[in-house]
Design a protein around this ligand. Structure first.
Ligand SMILES: [Cu+2]
Length: 118
């Protein structure tokens, strides 16, 4: 689990110990405020509980995924938001998560290494 502090938030990302190319994998973001209190009132952005953009290190692969679950305008969620992604090739990828709370945007990025099947 990686953790980083973005403005007034602590954002963690949870991934499998080993992320393998060409296999569905869960990417879970966990959000807490600056004091570490879990956030339960995330708001939808453009009809989704969050947005996740993934770009490969060589910038050839681009993925944009939304949480598995669709949400309505009254949805309030957190502290965890899970996306399912399938990395097309091994290599380094950068993952951005974008969320909304109290009308403000929370964005955080992480780097992950994806391995091949062997
Ligand atoms: Cu999106």
């Amino acid at each position: 689990m990686k953790k980083s502090i973005e403005g007034d938030y602590q954002v963690r990302i949870k991934l499998a110990e080993k992320v393998t190319a060409n296999r569905d994998t869960d990417i879970t973001f966990e959000l807490a405020d600056a004091k570490g209190t879990p956030v339960h009132d995330l708001e939808p952005i453009m009809g989704a509980g969050g947005h996740c953009v993934i770009i490969s290190g060589d910038a050839k692969e681009f993925l944009h995924v939304h949480p598995v679950e669709q949400v309505g305008s009254t949805w309030r969620g957190g502290p965890q938001v899970t996306f399912m992604a399938n990395f097309p090739r091994p290599g380094l990828y950068k993952i951005w998560g974008q969320f909304q709370r109290k009308g403000g945007t929370i964005t955080e990025s992480f780097t992950v290494r994806v391995t091949d099947n062997s």
